[in-house]
Design a protein around this ligand. Structure first.
Ligand code: NAP
Length: 259
């Protein structure tokens, strides 16, 4: 006899940060894998455009405004997702932003704002969706973390602290959820070409890249594409029940060289 029921055929998924980058690519990948998807971000019109594209391709998608830094917004998003798609089986936490400043220069309110989005925002999703999953005895919650947790990068102190908190929270959830059928997982991308960092001025970008070289981070020039990270998220969510990809780190392959 199978130890676990297989995944249900219909697995509605919510993706935060779905207006851009990794979140948008993940919503697309999950829709292509057959999940009905709820897309959330502050730029709801961009989510709606992507949802319309998914629907035009034969998928099921729904968009709703979402600010993960606002508890009421998360509750409204969660309610709308369940009303439109049914009980949520998969949550992907990808919303985030990044301000490139040294910790000694960073205002504590700005530090707190980044923790609000990355860490408290992720926990708001847990509060909204995990109890239903535990009651149904199945579900996937995927946190998009960052390789900065393993190897911090300068000028990203609040981000490093927040993502370290996300990984600590996810590891603890893996213990607390053991035996419930609910899998909490981490996908930890390396450098990825997205909207992140695109709003920095040229001087800031130059300094960040100089320091990456100084600290040995810029080993080669290739970045991941958002679809690469989305493929990792889809693999985590697509694992058969009874097995759990607890942490997947994704790095860009280096350019091929002569041997
Ligand atoms: N790019 C990288 O190199 C890299 C590496 C490791 C990890 N990551 C992680 O990957 C995740 C996605 O980032 P990305 O690289 O894809 O960057 P991106 O293209 O800038 O996307 C960030 C997304 O987060 C959303 N967002 C920001 N603040 C939000 C809020 N308060 N409420 C709801 N949504 C919010 C943005 O949408 P709105 O502005 O419309 O709200 C956008 O959709 C982040 O968690 C990031 O830390 C990125």
């Amino acid at each position: 006899m199978a130890r676990f029921e297989p995944h249900p055929s219909r697995r509605p998924a919510v993706v935060t940060g779905a207006s851009s980058g990794i979140g948008a690519a993940t919503a697309t990948a999950l829709a292509m894998a057959g999940h009905p998807v709820a897309l959330g971000a502050r730029r709801a019109e961009r989510c709606e455009e992507l949802a319309a594209t998914i629907r035009a391709g034969g998928g099921e998608a729904f968009a709703h405004p979402l600010d993960v830094a606002d508890g009421d917004s998360v509750k409204a998003f969660a309610q709308a997702a369940a009303e439109n798609l049914g009980a949520v089986e998969v949550v992907v936490s990808s919303a985030g932003d990044l301000h490139a400043q040294r910790l000694d220069e960073l205002d504590s309110d700005d530090f707190a704002a980044q923790v609000q989005v990355h860490l408290v925002g992720a926990h708001r999703l847990v509060s909204a969706f995990a109890p239903g999953m535990v009651a149904r005895r199945r579900g996937d919650i995927v946190f998009v973390s960052s390789d900065v947790v393993r190897s911090p990068r300068t000028r990203m102190g609040a981000y490093v602290a927040a993502k370290s908190g996300v990984e600590g929270m996810a590891r603890q959830m893996q213990m607390e959820l053991e035996g419930t059928g609910v899998r909490a997982s981490l996908v930890r991308p390396g450098p990825t070409s997205t909207g992140m960092g695109m709003n920095w001025d040229a001087e800031t970008t130059g300094k960040v890249l100089e320091e990456w070289v100084k600290w040995g981070h810029a080993r080669h020039p290739y970045f991941l594409r958002p679809s690469d990270v989305a493929a990792a998220v889809a693999a985590v969510v697509g694992m058969p029940r009874g097995a759990h990809l607890t942490l997947v780190e994704v790095q860009p392959e280096a350019p091929l060289e002569e041997r």
